[in-house]
Design a protein. Structure first.
Length: 129
């Protein structure tokens, strides 16, 4: 079975460590997903939204890593809006268990934030949500 191609949306200023942890999990031999370097790391100028849209179109689903400041991250809000417009499946993953995690401002009221465990991650990638 082919691995799911995943785009990761995260608050680059506060949660890059979370993305690095997820990259590590993607390298696990039993991982059901592949992370390619599709996230945009340059400043949000010019046609950055179109760049993100093209990248999101290339994936099977989107993982939104939620941290303490996600609700203030304009880039995460825009990436989630594009994900919704492109009708890509996505889920919100609680990045930090020791601190409160916030949803992006463009999250729907019924979007659940899931605890980040290996078992949960495998189930969520498999569509259990």
């Amino acid at each position: 079975m082919a691995k799911a191609r995943v785009f990761t949306s995260f608050d680059f200023d506060h949660d890059e460590d979370l993305r690095n942890l997820l990259v590590g999990q993607a390298k696990h031999p039993e991982s059901p997903f592949d992370l390619s370097d599709w996230s945009v790391k340059e400043p949000m100028t010019g046609d950055w939204k179109e760049k993100v849209r093209r990248r999101i179109r290339q994936v099977d689903q989107v993982i939104v890593l939620c941290g303490q400041h996600t609700h203030t991250a304009a880039g995460v809000a825009a990436e989630l809006s594009i994900t919704q417009e492109e009708r890509k499946p996505y889920f919100l993953l609680r990045g930090r268990s020791e601190k409160p995690c916030m949803k992006p401002t463009t999250a729907k009221s019924n979007d659940k934030m899931y605890d980040w465990t290996w078992d949960n991650l495998k189930k969520l990638i498999g569509g259990a949500r």
